[in-house]
Design a binder for this molecule. Structure first.
Ligand SMILES: CNc1ncnc2c1ncn2[C@@H]1O[C@H](COP(=O)(O)OP(=O)(O)OP(=O)(O)O)[C@@H](O)[C@H]1O
Length: 167
């Protein structure tokens, strides 16, 4: 049986640039990614997304300004835990990105995303995000470098997707 752990992943972007963070420790260390992490007890997914963004790069966003743009599921060979990742995006934020103990933030042009130094799955679903399409993708890994199989689909609505998922 698969155990599910919920994570957030937040991208700050405008029409030409996206903010990524260089992960300095822990899961996904030494790679660029969005900002996020595990849910703490008694917080909503949106609250967790806001908290992690603040903790990791010192930017403030309002929960209402976060758009849920996709859902990712990661499984790893011989690991019973499925990572269930809610992806958010916004261009509304306050503050200036600052380096923290966990992440070093940097703006990238949308046509210069450093996929070679990111999770291998990112190159598959980033194109959906960059074209403002909603997506649902699943990736099954062997170790952390090899994707054994994956599936990705465009969604019409995240609300409909989650409504169907919970039935
Ligand atoms: C496997 N392919 C993947 N592709 C893209 N993104 C991935 C990912 N796998 C995990 N992620 C994201 O990486 C962050 C990890 O968070 P992580 O540091 O473990 O969480 P948290 O900050 O709570 O941990 P601490 O216990 O405080 O270190 C979190 O945003 C999560 O969505």
């Amino acid at each position: 049986m698969l155990l599910k752990k919920v994570y957030t992943l937040v991208f700050i972007r405008n029409d030409t640039k996206i903010l990524l963070g260089w992960k300095k420790r822990g899961f996904g260390v030494n790679q660029w990614n969005g900002f996020g992490g595990k849910l703490e007890p008694n917080e909503t997914i949106q609250e967790a997304a806001v908290r992690e963004l603040k903790e990791e790069c010192c930017l403030s966003v309002k929960t209402a300004d976060l758009r849920n743009i996709g859902h990712l599921e990661f499984t790893f060979e011989d690991d019973p835990v499925m990572m269930d990742v809610r992806v958010f995006s916004t261009n509304m934020y306050e503050g200036v990105p600052k380096e923290t103990e966990e992440m070093c933030p940097k703006w990238f042009d949308l046509d210069r995303i450093p996929f070679d130094d990111m999770w291998p799955d990112d190159k598959f679903w980033f194109p959906y995000m960059l074209k403002n399409k909603l997506f649902y993708a699943k990736f099954h890994y062997k170790g952390f470098d090899t994707i054994l199989h994956y599936n990705i689909e465009e969604l019409e609505s995240m609300e409909d997707f989650y409504a169907k998922k919970s039935t």
